[in-house]
Design a protein around this ligand. Structure first.
Ligand SMILES: C[S@@+](CC[C@H](N)C(=O)[O-])C[C@H]1O[C@@H](n2cnc3c(N)ncnc32)[C@H](O)[C@@H]1O
Length: 349
């Protein structure tokens, strides 16, 4: 095997590995060749459009790896980087105006000469917040030179008009939905819908769903959600209601229920979370159809688990996630995949 042949590198949130592998397995032309932490490498796919459509992946790059590809070597063989630049700009001229090189010693003469090459050859301007993100990094004995294939991470969806504080990462929303067995579902409820990330991901990925409803008690969040839904072209498909869980809104029964529960600093600061979660679990056990799936995401998983254990709901499995928030703190939330416990049938003779 030619060790420096181009590869696709996909980075994902810790804990979403099985979701990423499931998604990739749906494409016959994508082949995983190796894994490294929360990244995996694929054989280079000529058609980057397929890669750009992946929903469980946070970021995608084209990379070349070789034990020789240190900054000095790249500065003396600039066509290695040029090849990557031309591959991602091929059908995308004009999408990239600025660039940034992430590399140890970014002020060194070698890296400066690479930056000059990027400016002169491709007319790009060097900037801290850049469209084109180049990296030259060493992992073990191997150097990797790579470029992110899109100006924004894949996890930043086009339908997001504005980011709501406390909104869910869309790759996690995709994961939650993919754990609901939605291929066989007709009706879908999203409790605490916020800016509608879960609803939109469900509407876009599962056109078979006949009924998609969400509710939230915050007017501003409903209004932002409506804008996102409109941008996603799903205004006829998704219904949003302004309702409070404490009022036990009567919306019918559902094959799937999802929720990104309120927690932490930005949402429900003064709420008694335990009480809120209790109402939520009681509501779900009344509104989930038998054989249906309830999939819940929260950082306050101990509170949730305790309440579920005393309810008619059973936990089928959990996924533990870990990622860095925008304020550089680690969050370790969990996804709970649940169903209703089977009721005992007592036959009276
Ligand atoms: C973590 S956020 C959901 C974020 C959403 N998944 C998104 O991506 O934007 C939780 C939501 O619960 C809503 N909420 C809090 N308490 C509520 C209650 N008692 N009844 C209904 N909604 C409530 C908040 O307004 C907030 O939008």
């Amino acid at each position: 095997m030619n060790e420096s042949k181009l590869k696709i590198k996909l980075a994902f949130i810790t804990g979403l590995r099985e979701i990423v592998f499931n998604e990739i397995s749906q494409y016959a032309n994508l082949h995983v060749i190796k894994e490294e932490g929360d990244s995996l490498y694929l054989d280079f796919a000529q058609d980057l459009a397929v890669i750009k459509r992946l929903r469980s992946v946070s970021r995608a790059y084209i990379v070349a790896q070789n034990s020789k590809y240190n900054p000095l070597y790249i500065s003396n063989h600039k066509s290695i980087l040029g090849n990557l630049v031309e591959t991602i700009t091929d059908k995308n001229k004009g999408a990239f105006k600025t660039f940034k090189i992430t590399c140890a010693g970014s002020d060194s003469p070698e890296v400066r000469s690479i930056a000059e090459y990027m400016q002169k050859t491709y007319g790009l301007t060097e900037k801290e917040e850049a469209d084109m993100k180049v990296h030259i990094v060493k992992s073990g004995e191997i150097w990797e030179v790579g470029i992110q294939i899109t100006p924004r991470p894949l996890s930043v969806r086009d339908y997001k008009i504005k980011n709501m504080s406390g909104a869910m990462d869309s790759t996690i929303a995709y994961a939650v939905n993919s754990l609901c067995e939605l291929e066989n579902a007709n009706s879908y409820l999203n409790v605490f819908s916020g800016s509608a990330t879960l609803l939109i991901e469900a509407g876009q990925c599962y056109p078979n769903l006949k009924q998609l409803i969400g509710f939230d008690n915050n007017k501003k969040h409903i209004s932002l959600a409506m804008q996102n839904i409109k941008k996603a072209g799903l205004i006829k498909k998704i219904q949003l209601k302004e309702k409070d869980i404490f009022d036990k809104p009567d919306l019918g029964k559902f094959d799937a229920i999802t929720s990104d529960l309120p927690f932490g600093m930005t949402i429900s600061k003064n709420e008694d979370l335990e009480n809120l979660y209790r109402y939520f679990v009681e509501y779900c056990q009344e509104t989930l159809n038998h054989g249906g799936r309830l999939v819940v995401y929260t950082s306050e998983y101990e509170i949730l688990k305790k309440i579920i254990l005393g309810s008619k709901i059973k936990i089928v499995k959990t996924l533990e996630l870990k990622f860095m928030t925008s304020v550089n703190a680690y969050l370790r939330p969990k996804i709970f995949v649940c169903g209703l416990k089977k009721e005992l049938c007592i036959k009276v003779i």
